[in-house]
Design a protein around this ligand. Sequence first.
Ligand code: COA
Ligand code: AMP
Length: 645
Amino acid sequence: MPQSASRYPAVYAAWKADPQLFWDEVARDIEWSRPYDKVFDAYAGQYGRWFVGGETNTAWNCLDRHVRDGNGDRLALIHDSPVTNSQRKFTYAQLTDEVASLAAVLIDLGIAKGDRVVIYMPMVPEALMAMLACARIGAVHSVVFGGFAAAELATRLDDCRPVAILAASCGIEGTRIIEYKPLLDRAIELAAHKPGTVLMLQRPQAPASMIAGRDHDWAERVDDAKARGAKAACVPVAATDPLYILYTSGTTGQPKGVVRDTGGHMVALKWTMANHYGIKPGEVFWAASDVGWVVGHSYIVYAPLLAGATTLMFEGKPVGTPDAGVFWRIIAEHKVVALFTAPTAFRAIKKEDPTGSFIAKYDLANFRTLFLAGERADPETIKWAEAKLGIPVIDHWWQTETGWPICGNPMGLGMLPVKHGSPTVPMPGYDLQVLDEKGIAVAAGIAGTLAIKLPLPPGALPTLWGNDARFRKSYVEDFPGYYSTSDAGYIDADGYAYVMARTDDVINVAGHRLSTGQMEEVIAQHKDVAECAVIGIADDLKGQNAAGMVVLNNGVNRPDAEIEAEIIKLVRDVIGPVAAFKTVMIVKRLPKTRSGKILRATVRQIADGETWKMPATIDDPAVLGELTDALRAKGLAANAKAPTG
Ligand code: COA
Ligand code: AMP
């Protein structure tokens, strides 16, 4: 480890020496309505459970306790929406009232502790209120990102079987209005499980038509609750009860329902706000993500409020709303001390404003740290941000499953030296190892699968919703005693981790996690498709982009362009615009091994201009030449190399 004054080595060592003592001390920062019996029960759940026997409430810890402590006048939430040209601000007292009133409406609508509630909303304050209102009454929310299509929403409805959906009538994508209601109605039509209640936030940009008996007007119901003085109290729930389910991409079309429990989640998140992000109560923290993703759950909603900070919620894009200076305008105007975003957002800003001319127009005196995560932070982007902003730029690595950083640079403990290309070191809670194919830990500098020695820390997923078997198969069966991250990488001699690529069919497009396996399942539904393969190809702006190779059924005799356009539309209609699926190549055959395995990785290496070897088991080497031509015809594989060896 390079020399520094950071307390990190001592804190990590203290955790490692006695993990239960460490988390027991951290857990004192959370208010429990019933103390836990055990910090960790190794015999419960899939690999043990944290804070067993304890009871608490997340909304209480995020809101009411700050009001009780005399901080009701402190700003809890700032909503800045360049797409509607509006701003809204809520103090802790106001936000507590809003959430308690909305929670009373949920109770009136028959929603009770343990019920699931799907939230399908854009970046408006009511989305955050909806999550906290569920938490308040012990209902389990599942937020679905607005960029998913109706069929994706339907899959989630069938998996978590919600009693109600909380929705908004539309989202705003730059200058485009996206009507949510037709997508919602279609999803309910498609789903076998049909929730009987919809609470609809009508936005003036595109009010929704309502279905009598099922759909209720959000504002009317909340106004009525306020007029009656109806406010729901915080319901104590078990530390091990689920707070939410968040679906994320796996290797198939069936998304994984990541379960987040109540107690461990709060304990871990609150620790990270002070120790990783270095945020003090009252400071303004901005995670420029979306509540539909894990970053939004953890660092727009729960962690900043647990910490008594002010969270900034942004409805806009890094560029085009109205320009590449919007991040700097917001940081200056609201005195943001730390911004957390995806590297792709910075690449978009850099592309529009390479000299950083907008940065100079704003007073960024309060801005201390830029945090990047969600995809690999390429050193060029980090260097550009460091040079233009003159503040530390911190890459950190985590997953929907973990809910908080596996590796990072703990600003609150004292910053460690930055190494470009590395998200720095494991946080307390994570015993990170690099394993070879047999599950044996390898030496420093050797690449392998990044795996976490069990148990996972508080806040990480205890299981997948209703599917313990899939949890075991996906995460813990490959390497007994470890959680496999499905990321490949290495740890250097200083203990710094490097995260290089996924080991499965998951790709990362503009910081959005997508499944190529799922795209293949959708493309295979097209009537003319015999077989297909989808890969992620490196992209300067988005990190990766999906590209499909498709073989048609014999006898299909229509123009390729027509079929390609149909396949692109099919993926958009079934998965959603977020798949950003825009490249299809119709080819005569796919490259395969003699046993029939498609050589996706080799095609990706060719497309990305990496050095590659002709696979020894390839059935016919000529296919890769055909594929390279097909890629070039689409303007890809410009730097393709000849095979080595
Ligand atoms: N609702 C509806 N549609 C959405 C959507 C939403 N919430 N989010 C994205 N989409 C649509 C986009 O409008 C776009 O549609 P189009 O194909 O009709 O143009 C499509 O999905 C693909 O979106 P995206 O890949 O995000 O591309 P983009 O060109 O709109 O924006 C960036 C590019 C880099 C500016 C943007 O991706 C970005 O800000 N990314 C940061 C991601 C992030 O914060 N991730 C969270 C992890 S920290
Ligand atoms: P998600 O679950 O959507 O947060 O995506 C998690 C995946 O994104 C990880 O498994 C990695 O593949 C990738 N990822 C997230 N952060 C980083 C990072 N800092 N560096 C490299 N990859 C990252």
